[in-house]
Write a protein of this length. Structure first.
Length: 264
């Protein structure tokens, strides 16, 4: 994601709902013309949520704190169909200014695992997470300690596009205790757990991570980041070794190989 490779990125947005997807697309909409060479979306029907709907007398807690009956399987499927239509429409709308092809897919499973499999043929994966803060937060770049170069440049570029200052969360296992950097723009942690604890206390509007450089080791770490950040997570170099893939998984192609019926 360095400046010399930024133009022409193929970006895939993965989300479990339209609201989560919309938060990811809001970031993409702020990218300059030419930054995006192809745009894709994958809506994941999470199996755990569907299983919950089978539990008798199930209740859910709303954001207001009230409880209500959980939706039935038929209601969930109606919601997913509506989300799919809205997701597809927004995908086509966002791709318009970039004058690029787009592809939309649906799958079932666990969001992070399924999105990572789908991202094999893409440059960047954006995991959507609906906005929970009214005030736009910081752009956090989570990395291993040491020279970052183009990683810090990517963080700075996204921060500039989102009208905020970048904050670096750097992990160094040799540290005795967490350290704050100059002007509180760079923080050093001994472990990923320490960094995630700090991230959970931070109002972030996007988190950048690089699968090829760490500090995350796999999909479980990425899920923990998403849960702690509570905002879209932008993943570069998201390709997984073939041994981690299930052969039955459907992987959406990047727009160059897209089905003309799904391309805009």
């Amino acid at each position: 994601m360095n400046s010399s490779h930024a133009p022409g990125l193929r970006i895939l947005v993965g989300a479990g709902s339209f609201a989560d997807a919309a938060a990811g697309f809001r970031i993409i909409e702020q990218l300059p013309s030419g930054f995006c060479a192809g745009l894709g979306g994958i809506l994941v029907e999470e199996a755990a949520l569907l299983a919950t709907s089978e539990i008798p007398d199930r209740r859910v807690i709303l954001s207001s704190g009230k409880t209500t009956s959980a939706p039935s399987q038929s209601q969930l499927r109606m919601l997913w169909k509506a989300d799919a239509r809205a997701f597809r429409k927004l995908l086509a709308h966002v791709s318009g200014p970039y004058d690029t092809q787009w592809v939309f897919m649906q799958d079932k499973g666990e969001l992070v695992r399924t999105a990572l499999r789908a991202a094999l043929d893409w440059d960047v994966l954006v995991l959507g997470y609906r906005q929970i803060h009214r005030v736009p937060g910081k752009v956090i770049h989570l990395q291993l300690s040491g020279p970052a170069g183009d990683q810090e440049d990517a963080s700075s570029r996204f921060s500039h596009l989102l009208a905020t200052e970048p904050v670096i969360f750097s992990i160094n296992e040799t540290l005795d205790e967490p350290l704050g950097g100059q002007a509180s723009k760079s923080f050093h942690f001994k472990s990923l757990d320490d960094a995630l604890a700090a991230l959970a206390r931070t109002n972030a509007q996007a988190v950048l991570v690089d699968f090829g450089r760490g500090p995350i080791q796999g999909q479980d770490d990425l899920l923990r980041i998403l849960e702690a950040a509570r905002c879209p997570v932008i993943v570069s170099d998201a390709s997984q070794p073939p041994s981690l893939l299930e052969h039955s998984t459907q992987i959406p192609p990047h727009p160059a190989n897209a089905d003309p019926q799904n391309a805009g």
